[in-house]
Design a protein around this ligand. Structure first.
Ligand SMILES: Nc1ncnc2c1ncn2[C@@H]1O[C@H](COP(=O)(O)OP(=O)(O)OP(=O)(O)O)[C@@H](O)[C@H]1O
Ligand SMILES: [Mg+2]
Length: 229
């Protein structure tokens, strides 16, 4: 099976003053279509940097990133922007919803950025609210939603474009444990029912266990991997 994501000898360093801070030292791994992979490791081990590299938000210092058969490190800024809009979904710790827009409008936004027409957008957004059984939230603003509801809306926004891969960075980090558990179950369901490919970064070892495979990072490398059935 062809992997959706394949990275080889990935390195990312930042120049801070006169020093080189190596966030990702040397990482090679791949993710197959439909896999749910979690990524754990101590603070500063490079998890967010790795996610941002795969999401094409950061450009690697060295190495290759093949996503869906294409070397994204060779893309121009315009190609990258389009690639990101169409193929990558992001879910963050702090939801990053836009306050002045309703839940419906927040979910619709990626489709507007992708120049999709009104009827197409309406069809996709309405279907998602139906699938998630959240029609009651459509016309509410983020401040009127609970934190769990906000994260559900953020997840809808991240998948409305049917991304190749969903990248989650501490998606449950700002939620109480019960709400966090529900979000984990939602991600698991997306993976099992819609075959969404997911890479989920988390501090929480028990959260990591919803995935069948976990990569353990330390000091910018993958120290080991665990698999479960
Ligand atoms: N933009 C940046 N400029 C300078 N250094 C950075 C930058 N981004 C990350 N780093 C450094 O790279 C290392 C890895 O950071 P990263 O955010 O990837 O870790 P992390 O595993 O996500 O940590 P946490 O669990 O705290 O979120 C850290 O030492 C961090 O200070
Ligand atoms: Mg991080």
């Amino acid at each position: 099976m062809n992997p959706i994501v394949k990275v080889e000898h990935l390195k990312k360093s930042f120049i801070v003053g006169e020093n080189e801070v190596i966030a990702v030292k040397d990482i090679s791994f791949s993710i197959n279509k439909g896999e749910f992979v979690s990524c754990v490791g101590p603070s500063g081990s490079g998890k967010t940097t790795l996610l941002n590299l795969l999401g094409t938000i950061e450009h690697p210092t060295k190495g290759t990133i093949i996503i869906d058969g294409e070397d994204v490190t060779k893309f121009s800024p315009n190609e990258l922007a389009q690639f990101r809009r169409r193929k990558i979904g992001f879910v963050f710790q702090f939801f990053n919803l836009i306050d002045g827009l309703t839940a419906y409008e927040n979910v619709e936004l990626p489709l507007i950025f992708d120049y999709q027409d009104y009827s197409e957008r309406r069809k996709k957004v309405n279907k998602l609210f139906d699938d998630f059984d959240l029609n009651n939230l459509k016309h509410k603003f983020p401040e009127e939603l609970s934190s769990g509801e906000r994260q559900r809306v953020a997840i809808m926004r991240s998948i409305v474009n049917d991304p190749l891969i969903l990248l989650c960075d501490e998606a449950t980090g700002n939620l109480d444990s019960q709400t966090g558990q529900k979000i984990l179950e939602l991600l698991k369901e997306l993976n099992e029912k819609k075959s969404t490919t997911i890479l989920m970064v988390t501090h929480d070892l028990s959260a990591a266990k919803v995935a069948k495979r976990t990569i353990h990072m330390r000091d910018g490398i993958i120290e080991r991997e665990t698999k479960r059935n």
